[in-house]
Design a protein around this ligand. Sequence first.
Ligand code: FAD
Ligand code: UDP
Length: 414
Amino acid sequence: MRRRPHPIFERNDVSALTNYNALIVGAGYAGAITARRLAEDGNQRVLVLERRNHVAGNAYDCLDGAGILIHQYGPHIFHTNDRRVFDYLSRFTKWRRYQHRVIANLPRDNPQAVPAHKSTDGRMFFPVPFNLDSMKSAFGEKEGERLGQKLLDAYPAQSQVTILELRQNPDPEIAAIADYVYGHVFVHYTMKQWGQTPEEIDPATTARVPVRLSRDGRYFQDAYQGMPLEGYTPMFEQMLDHPNITVELGTDALARLELSDRTIKLDGRPFDGPVVYTGQADELFGCRFGSLPYRTLEFGFETLKTDFFQAMGTVNYTVDQDYTRITEFKHLTGQVKPGVTTIMKEYSRAYAGGAGEIPYYAVINPENNALYARYRALAEQFPSLHLLGRLAEYKYYNMDAIAARALALTDELL
Ligand code: FAD
Ligand code: UDP
């Protein structure tokens, strides 16, 4: 694994700016894929402006002081059912086969519980998403089996049901299971992550982690799952390494763009080519209608002198603790480094727009969507402007969804 400044990120002579055919703001998935396609398939000269001092957006990874490959902005596991996305990214990386597994870690409140992992300190564990094995861990072998069968009588085997749907089931025993899962998996974690209950947030959010009528203990069930073999950052460096692409790091595009009268100016001159903007939609227009709400995260990294700290990549603290989850990167990356490991605790809070704060999650609800729609309508007044990405579209997109959207937009532009 290597980390050194990549030669493609040298600054270009500003006088050459008028030669660019396309401008991309942001070097995450949305920006990097768009840049590569326009440069390679469209033979356009592409300028990418990135505010941070690195590429890869929130998927950025790097070696920490102890030499452990970490994900600076939270654990990223690639998974998709989209063959086109997988094939496209596979041009820029080989993959490490990896299937993410998560367990909940919570106080043991049931003497019958059979924790999925050895517990010495009054705590218990079960797989998340909650599945038929989690039932046994939570309720004990016999009772877990019986209640599992009860669920299988009500829902097809191998299917999945969201916690909000399960809570609608009129059968008293199924309602009791739903209450258990709600109380032991969802309500506290969701309060920590969103400051709201599962009923108050967008139902699609908790639907990401359904109750499973199977023993499949993987976090994701997609056909293609894995981690870029050398890490995400090298994959992005490969993608952006094209003679038609110039990347300027540490550059806030907002300081160089002007949007007025259906015209976009870059450094004071009209820019006629496509502009793909992957930052916050509100910021692009000076937050003139008000700020879009987001959640931000604080990451607590700890390097420990031990081979491994926990049994798997991510452990969710679903009932107690201030943090939502602990990730141990060596499980994800497969890095072999005896005697040392780095873990990361995630703390969520409202984004206040302070210096250095990063908006990670859009707070999706009808009111905020309506505010976003006003910015979107404004953007549509600029025919060459395209809002693309998790921030610019104010959506909860996984990496593969953004990759698919970047491929679709460039299909159109080409
Ligand atoms: P980003 O990665 O945010 O990139 C946008 C870029 O634009 C940033 O680099 C930003 O600095 C830059 N930018 C913004 N404004 C400006 C400006 N004015 N000038 C210049 N540059 C600017 N997805 C998965 O599929 N699997 C996972 O396991 C997973 N885990 C996640 C964990 C966490 C904690 C979070 C927050 C997200 C996770 N995701 C995961 C989602 C994933 O991060 C996103 O889908 C992906 O990063 C979106 O790419 P993007 O290009 O839209 O945005
Ligand atoms: N969630 C929960 N308990 C868990 C895991 C997830 O309540 O143990 C809920 C929570 O509301 C969370 C959402 O499900 O925000 C989506 O979880 P996911 O793991 O997909 O979140 P991400 O990795 O995107 O932060």
